[in-house]
Design a protein around this ligand. Structure first.
Ligand SMILES: [Fe+2]
Length: 244
C-alpha cells in the first residue's frame, strides 16, 4: 500500500513538473510570401516629373480597361513615353527583383528582366478589383502621389494583398491566428498604405486589389511586371504579361 502511494505521488510530481517546464518548440515559417518595400532615392524630384508626364498622357489617351474600377489606366508602354524618370524607377525595381531572386540552390542570379509597365490615376471612388498578374515572375507598384492617403487613413486607397493560403483556419475559428509574426494574416488580408516614393515588389501570382480612394486629389501609381528573359536562368519569356 505504501509503495503504491509513493508511486502515485511520484507520477503526480512528474506531471506537475512537466506543466511548469517551458517547452521548446522549433517552428519554421514555411511557404512565406516575400513582399519587398523600398524608398526610392530622389523620389521628390522623380515624382514631380512623373506626375507631369503621366497627367499629360492622361489628357491625350483614353483609359485601358483592366483591373481598374474607374480611374485612368494607361497603355503598357510607359517605358516608351515615361522618359528618364520612368527608366530610373524601373532600374531600381530591377535591382530589387534581382536581389530577391536566386537559383534553386540559393545562389545569386542575374536574370535579364523583361518589363511591362503602366500608370494608374485614381480619383474619388476609383479602385482596382482583385487580380493577379499572369505570365510574370515579379510585379510591383511605385507611388507617385498618394492623394493624401498616407496622412489620412479615412481616404482609403490601400494596396491590399490576400493571404495565398486562402481562408485557412480563419473560416473555422476567425478569432484565432497562428502564433508569431508570420501568422497575422491567416484568414484575412494585409494592406500597405501608399505614400509617395514607396516601391513595393511582390510575386506576380499574389492576389491583390486597391481599395477605393475617397479623397479629392489624385492617387497616381506606376505598376509593372518583370518576366524572365532569355538569360539562361529560366524559361525564355516574351515581353511579360498583362494583369488579369
Ligand atoms: Fe496589380
Amino acid at each position: 500500500m505504501a509503495v503504491a502511494m509513493r508511486l502515485a505521488s511520484s507520477a503526480f510530481e512528474i506531471r506537475e513538473k512537466a506543466k511548469m517546464a517551458r517547452i521548446e518548440i522549433a517552428v519554421k515559417g514555411l511557404f512565406a510570401t516575400p513582399v519587398a518595400a523600398v524608398e526610392m532615392p530622389g523620389a521628390t524630384t522623380l515624382n514631380a516629373e512623373l506626375e507631369h508626364i503621366i497627367l499629360r498622357r492622361r489628357q491625350e489617351t483614353p483609359s485601358v480597361q483592366a483591373s481598374n474600377a474607374g480611374g485612368w489606366h494607361s497603355d503598357r508602354d510607359i517605358l516608351t513615353w515615361g522618359g528618364k524618370p520612368m527608366a530610373a524607377v524601373i532600374d531600381v525595381a530591377k535591382g530589387v527583383a534581382t536581389q530577391m531572386t536566386a537559383d534553386r540552390s540559393g545562389r545569386p542570379v542575374r536574370p535579364v528582366w523583361t518589363v511591362q509597365a503602366w500608370a494608374n490615376v485614381n480619383a474619388a471612388g476609383n479602385g482596382n478589383i482583385c487580380h493577379y498578374h499572369p505570365g510574370a515572375y515579379w510585379s510591383g507598384v511605385y507611388y507617385v502621389a498618394d492623394g493624401g492617403c498616407a496622412a489620412d487613413p479615412s481616404l482609403g486607397g490601400e494596396f491590399e494583398m490576400l493571404d495565398p493560403r486562402g481562408p485557412g483556419p480563419g473560416m473555422y475559428a476567425p478569432a484565432l491566428k497562428f502564433a508569431g509574426e508570420d501568422g497575422a494574416s491567416v484568414g484575412s488580408a494585409e494592406t500597405i498604405r501608399p505614400r509617395p516614393g514607396l516601391l513595393i515588389l511582390f510575386p506576380s501570382w499574389l492576389f491583390h486589389q486597391v481599395r477605393p480612394y475617397r479623397g479629392t486629389g489624385l492617387r497616381i501609381s506606376i505598376a509593372f511586371n518583370f518576366g524572365v528573359g532569355n538569360s539562361g536562368v529560366g524559361n525564355s519569356g516574351d515581353a511579360g504579361a498583362v494583369e488579369a
